[in-house]
Design a protein around this ligand. Sequence first.
Ligand code: KG4
Ligand code: ZN
Length: 338
Amino acid sequence: MRILAIETTCDETAAAVLEDGKRLLSSVVYSQVGRHKVYNGVVPELASRAHCEKIAPVIAEALAPALANPRKGKSPVDAVAFSCGPGLPGGLVVGKVAAETVASLYGVPVIGVNHLEGHLYSCELEGDKVSRPLKFPLVALIISGGHTELWHVRKYGVYRLLGKTRDDAAGEAFDKVAKLLGLAYPGGPAVEKNAAAGAGELRFTKPLLPGTWEFSFSGLKTAVSYYLRDHENADAGKVCAAFQEALISTVVEKALAAAKSCRVGHIAMGGGVAANGTLRARLTGEAAKRGVKVSFVERRHCADNAAMIALCAWRMTRAGAGRNAPINPALGLRNWGR
Ligand code: KG4
Ligand code: ZN
């Protein structure tokens, strides 16, 4: 079975084709970051326009290997999946219309996929292969520019939301701190790079919110802004290191406490912030001390992509749950596993 998937929730226009849930025939990502850089953040209207402009060429490129390898008596793909939320409304509309158009041309079904579930299943990808199956039960840490959430995952498609951020997502906090320091957008990689040279005595309070699985990063960002206001010649490296340390140790502590409380031996981490080397090393190291295994998404699949949407659609199809869905910018977790 070949699934074409389309991803347009934020500022990446992406399409991918997955064959038999095993191998990617293609994964094409057009990043709009260059268009949003000057504004230091994603401008929704510009994002929608860029999706409109790029969606057809991106889909054409993703379909090329499937078209070059026709299967006798079959259409080039057997289903078309798309991210139906959460995300920016303008992008979601483009993705849905594109998916339904291609699907109706080929006479195949449409599958709506939760973008955040895609980030979880991206952990199963190894290059263009699906060769690292998740081990259940597990705690999922989905950590990106728009979301920071902890889930208990009993098996494919069976979730319980433990907690999410009350305000800024972790990636958003990285981006805002980078902006305060005049660093390039997106801020995560820039803050990480500066932090590497800046470890020192400076500390910011960890926003732990004891007794809950929720997160809150806006106070930490405000603490950074007050520090910069009061220290005109602050060392950017030291500020980045202290901010990153407070954020990462909070996230790691909470993920491990969640694993302990849910009595699970695995943690899976996906999303753009999962590219952070310090976070990867800290989570693995601390988890190992407690006998917990961590699987995280490969760096190349951290940012938004359609390969992860195709893989989630494949898992849903196997469970008999692959079906069309309305777009929902605030889509929450829904169970489909059996
Ligand atoms: O998953 P993603 O591509 O988009 C969303 O779904 O939000 O994540 C993008 C976010 C941005 O906020 C970016 O600054 C952050 O991931 N990010 C990082 C790193 N690389 C990207 N944050 C911390 N360290 C990094 N190395
Ligand atoms: Zn994402």
